[in-house]
Design a protein around this ligand. Structure first.
Ligand SMILES: Cc1ncc(COP(=O)(O)O)c(C=O)c1O
Length: 360
């Protein structure tokens, strides 16, 4: 990104000068990388998962949903996969149905199967950002398609851990953010099935997305640009390419196995200290450990960890309906990723023991 700003800084798709050519090449190679990495025909570059989901709500939802249609969501969705649908439901009279989360932190698949009648769209999180639970997407997508419903996967927490094949997954939409896979903030993508793409209308008008404009009306491009009005995130796209380069040298599935072992060990240690852990840490789940200390308030604990150089997240994690379901208002969450080691996990547990002895 530094190199781009130092030597190629320009706008894309417009001028014929060298810098514009370099900027266009940098930006469009991000799209090529996305299509290669995820095996997708259509990759719209957005500001992140949130914008990608809002794009579906506006560009597909408005063109395809009417009063009486239903959308199926789950209780473990991030707010970014709830609020856009609530806004659309209010505007269009669409019904929202939520699949419950069971005691073992998994989705109630019987309730899911029973909720599909009249559903045009199913929106489900690949992996919960609170619980780390990876949902049975294969089964969810098969059931939805059997019912004629499209499927949107919020893969924000899936892309860091799995090399997802979009076509093979058979999902219709997949949304995610670059910063969850070692890329920069402020950029993400929406993958769209080729046929579904044709049924979508642009929702943001402006430069770069048009074919012709007259005072009487406009026609639009028939590729991803029709959803990318205005100057795009060029430097971030260049940065994301670098992240893809780096990630492609890493064996993600081996790393995932290493990380889930760390998370499992940490959760066992915490449980043995009488701490409630929310999650099951199955083989395919992500390596997050969400917990509540019986005696120390989460915010205090986070400050105590911070003063020891350990960063944990606290609060509702933008998943208030899930926390409501669990009967709590927030958790402390330790997340382990490529840059973490077992030794660091040991230090984390050691420090938690010392904090408990002193303040618990
Ligand atoms: C599961 C999930 N969905 C959606 C989002 C929203 O991503 P962004 O803020 O990058 O749009 C997040 C972010 O943490 C997430 O974890």
């Amino acid at each position: 990104m530094n190199a781009y700003y130092m030597s190629s800084n320009s706008n894309v798709h417009r001028a014929v000068h060298t810098l514009a050519g370099e900027a266009t090449e940098g930006y469009e190679s991000c799209r090529t990388r996305l299509k290669e990495w995820f095996n997708a025909d259509r990759a719209v570059i957005t500001s992140g998962t949130t914008e990608a989901i809002n794009l579906v709500a506006h560009a597909w939802g408005r063109a395809n949903l009417t009063a009486g249609d239903a959308i199926v969501l789950t209780e473990m969705e991030h707010h970014s996969d709830i609020v856009p649908w609530q806004m659309l439901a209010e505007e269009r009279g669409v019904e929202l149905r939520y699949i419950p989360v069971l005691e073992d932190f998994t989705l109630d698949m019987e309730a899911y199967a029973a909720s599909l009648d009249g559903a045009k769209l199913v929106c489900v999180v690949h992996t919960s950002n609170v619980l780390g639970v990876r949902n049975p997407l294969e089964e969810i997508i098969e059931l939805a398609h059997g019912n004629g419903s499209l499927v949107l996967i919020d893969a924000a927490q899936g892309v860091p851990h799995e090399r997802i094949d979009f076509k093979q997954s058979k999902a219709d939409f997949m949304a995610f953010s670059a910063h969850k896979m070692c890329g920069p903030t402020g950029i993400g993508a929406l993958l769209i099935d080729g046929d579904v793409f044709e049924t979508m209308q642009p929702f943001m008008g402006g430069g770069d997305m048009i074919e012709t404009v007259t005072v009487n009306g406009s026609t639009y491009q028939n590729n991803e640009h029709k959803f990318e009005a205005g100057t795009p995130r060029i430097a971030e796209a260049v940065g994301w390419c670098a992240a893809f380069d780096w990630l492609s040298k890493i064996n993600l599935s081996e790393e995932h196995n290493r990380l889930i072992k760390i998370a499992r060990w940490v959760s066992e240690q915490l449980r043995s200290m009488g701490i409630s852990v929310y999650g099951r840490h199955d083989e395919k789940d992500s390596a997050v450990v969400s917990f509540l200390h019986p005696k120390i308030h989460s915010e205090d604990l986070a400050h105590l960890f911070d003063s020891r150089g350990i960063a944990v997240r606290t609060g509702h994690h933008c998943a208030q309906p899930l926390l409501h379901r669990l009967g709590i208002s927030g958790t402390v969450r330790a997340s382990f990723y490529l840059y973490n080691t077992m030794d660091e996990a040991k230090i984390f547990v050691e420090q938690l023991k010392l904090i408990t002895e002193r303040f618990g």
